[in-house]
Design a protein around this ligand. Sequence first.
Ligand code: FES
Length: 136
Amino acid sequence: MGESTDIRCVAVCHASKCRRRGAEDLAAQLDKEIMAHGLEGTVATRRGRCNGLCSRGPTMAVRPEGCVYARLNAEAIRRIVREHLAGGRPVRALIPKGKDSAPSEKKAKKQLKAARKAEKQARKAAKKAKKDSLPG
Ligand code: FES
């Protein structure tokens, strides 16, 4: 493939069933945990679509690995950030059977491209904000 995989894309499902089970709060907690671990430059978060595990929601997908975590709660988010996003080891206990295989090549590339674009936009916005704050 030849592409760098040092930016992960993490998407908490925001479809209706996961939202009803607290996906919004978990996504906010995820952002805080990512900041607390200093991972904001290597992990991009976004609102995700249904992962097909609605009865086991809230769910969250991590790319490019292709892991889908289910039955998320505050402790699960802390553990995933600490062990997977910071430590590099997926938390198998939180991945439903059959949901830890790699996504299709095309899908993985698309996810990675979206993550890089989000990162580039964030850097550009930070640069602009810094420039605007300078006197003169
Ligand atoms: S609604 Fe979240 S996995 Fe389907």
